[in-house]
Design a protein around this ligand. Structure first.
Ligand code: SF4
Length: 215
C-alpha cells in the first residue's frame, strides 16, 4: 500500500488533526522534542506543565535556572539528568549565538538548520526533524518508532530499515506539503499509541487491517 493511501485511510479514521504538536512557542517544541526521547507524551506534558507553572519557557530561563531545579521540574519525563543537561546545552548555545532568539536559528534554510541541530549533544535525526517540522515549520518529514513499526508490519519495509531510508521511502510517495507532513506523522503516532501497539496490537479495530501483512 502506498503512503498517500495510508494517509487518507488514517485521516478518514481519526479525522483531521492538522498540526497536532501542542505548542505556545517554537521553543516549547524544542523542549518537547528533547523531553519526548524515550518517554510518553503524557509524561512530557506533565514536565512541560511544571516548567510553565514556574515560567521557565525561554532559553534564558532554562540557562539561568539551577540545574537541580530543572531536573526536578522535568523529572516526570524520565532520564531527567541527561535531558536537563541537553536543555541547558541548547539554551546556552542559543543565548551565545543568537542572543537568546530561537527564531534566528529556525529561520535558517532547512539543510543548514538540520546540520546545526544535529551538532547538539543528544539531538539525533528524529529530534532534529521534529524541531524543523513543528518549530521551524519547514517540510522535513519525521519518522519514529511508530512509523517503523507500522511500515514493517504492513510489509512495506524491513523491520531494521535505517531512519534515512524509511524517510526517503515515505516522502517519495506523498506530496511535499507542510500540513500533510505534520498531519501524517501525527496520524501515525495516533495509530501507534491506540491500535498498532508494540504488544497486542488491536488489529480488529484498525482501518488498515485488510491490507496489513502482520497477521
Ligand atoms: S492491522 Fe494490526 S499490525 Fe497492521 S497496522 Fe493495523 S494494528 Fe498494526
Amino acid at each position: 500500500m502506498k503512503s498517500f493511501e495510508i494517509y487518507i485511510i488514517l485521516k478518514n479514521h481519526f479525522g483531521e488533526i492538522g498540526s497536532w504538536w501542542p505548542k505556545d512557542s517554537p521553543f516549547e517544541v524544542v523542549i518537547g522534542a528533547i523531553l519526548t526521547q524515550q518517554s510518553t507524551w503524557t509524561n512530557v506534558e506533565k514536565a512541560i506543565k511544571n516548567l510553565k507553572e514556574e515560567n521557565i519557557l525561554t532559553p534564558r530561563d532554562i540557562s539561568s535556572i539551577p540545574l537541580d531545579k530543572l531536573k526536578h521540574l522535568i523529572k516526570p519525563s524520565g532520564f531527567f539528568n541527561q535531558k536537563a543537561e541537553r536543555l541547558k546545552g541548547i539554551s546556552e548555545y542559543i543565548l551565545k549565538n543568537y542572543k537568546g532568539d530561537i527564531n534566528l536559528l529556525l529561520s535558517k534554510n532547512k539543510a543548514e538548520l538540520r546540520e546545526e541541530l544535529l551538532k547538539f549533544k543528544g539531538v539525533g535525526k528524529e529530534t532534529a526533524d521534529s524541531i524543523i517540522l513543528y518549530a521551524a515549520e519547514k517540510n522535513e518529514f519525521v519518522v519514529d518508532a511508530y512509523t517503523k513499526r507500522l511500515y514493517s508490519r504492513l510489509g512495506n519495509v524491513e523491520e531494521n530499515i535505517e531512519y534515512d531510508d524509511l524517510k526517503k521511502y515515505i516522502i517519495t510517495e506523498i506530496p511535499e506539503e507542510l500540513k500533510l507532513y505534520q498531519e501524517f506523522h501525527g496520524l501515525i503516532v495516533l495509530l501507534g499509541k491506540n491500535l498498532c501497539k508494540k504488544k497486542n496490537p488491536k488489529c480488529i479495530s484498525c482501518p488498515l487491517a485488510s491490507k496489513c501483512n502482520f497477521n
